[in-house]
Design a protein around this ligand. Structure first.
Ligand SMILES: C[S@@+](CC[C@H](N)C(=O)[O-])C[C@H]1O[C@@H](n2cnc3c(N)ncnc32)[C@H](O)[C@@H]1O
Length: 216
């Protein structure tokens, strides 16, 4: 049996109280997402966002790509961590949530560091590939059905020493359930098997709903 502590809300609060304070607009956006009820689960966890900021800072990254902007918490967190000449390219097919995200980006005064695109994820990254764009960090957090395609394109869009991060790769723990038959669990299992077969350096962190980290 491996040695891992159980992390409850008390411990998470303790971690927060011993980490960098959240930006006021991050707090405002979290409160907004809370008001969404069931859909609030779509946002990455605060610890995941803090971890992404840490990775951006220690690597001096300047360019990020996000597939799955939603209301903007992860994109905003990336933009806040980037230097003034850094930028995030954020893709989501949903015009409504994108408008909400842009409103928060403007409020946090980081909108000049963020370019959003309302489009199907695959179409958008095909275009980025065609235009020979490259990124330091790519966060995949959109439809699970397309994860393998997103990942394969991301390998081509990633700079040397760059990172690909993928959310939900433990899928509430269901990926290790041999009896699981639902479509999305099967997709996530196929995705994890696919990543395992690639030569890239990778690791699945038990953070949030499972956070795969790959380094090129
Ligand atoms: C889990 S949420 C992203 C959460 C976001 N990263 C955050 O932390 O707040 C997934 C998003 O992917 C978007 N999405 C789903 N299918 C998509 C597709 N085919 N192309 C682009 N975006 C898609 C949804 O509209 C949704 O906003």
């Amino acid at each position: 049996m491996d040695k891992n502590i159980q992390i409850d809300q008390n411990l998470i609060d303790y971690i927060f109280s011993h980490s960098k304070n959240l930006h006021p607009i991050q707090k405002k956006l979290l409160k907004y997402n809370e008001s969404l009820g069931y859909n609030k689960r779509l946002q990455i966890s605060i610890l995941q966002a803090n971890f992404i900021q840490f990775l951006i800072n220690i690597n001096n990254y300047k360019s990020c790509l996000e597939i799955g902007t939603f209301t903007g918490y992860s994109t905003l967190s990336m933009a806040l961590a980037l230097p003034t000449d850094g930028y995030v390219y954020a893709i989501d097919k949903d015009k409504k949530t994108n408008e909400i995200a842009v409103k928060f980006f403007k409020e946090a005064k980081v909108n000049d560091k963020i370019k959003t695109e309302v489009n199907n994820g695959i179409e958008a990254i095909k275009l980025l590939r065609k235009n020979k764009k490259k990124f330091d960090l790519i966060l995949i957090d959109a439809d699970k059905e397309s994860y393998i395609d997103y990942f394969n394109y991301s390998l081509k869009l990633l700079k040397k020493n760059g990172l690909i991060l993928v959310d939900n790769t433990l899928w509430k723990g269901e990926v290790s359930n041999l009896k699981a038959t639902d479509k999305l669990t099967i997709k996530l299992k196929q995705f994890n098997d696919h990543v395992k077969k690639t030569k890239i350096n990778k690791y699945i962190l038990p953070l949030g709903d499972g956070f795969t980290i790959c380094w090129k």
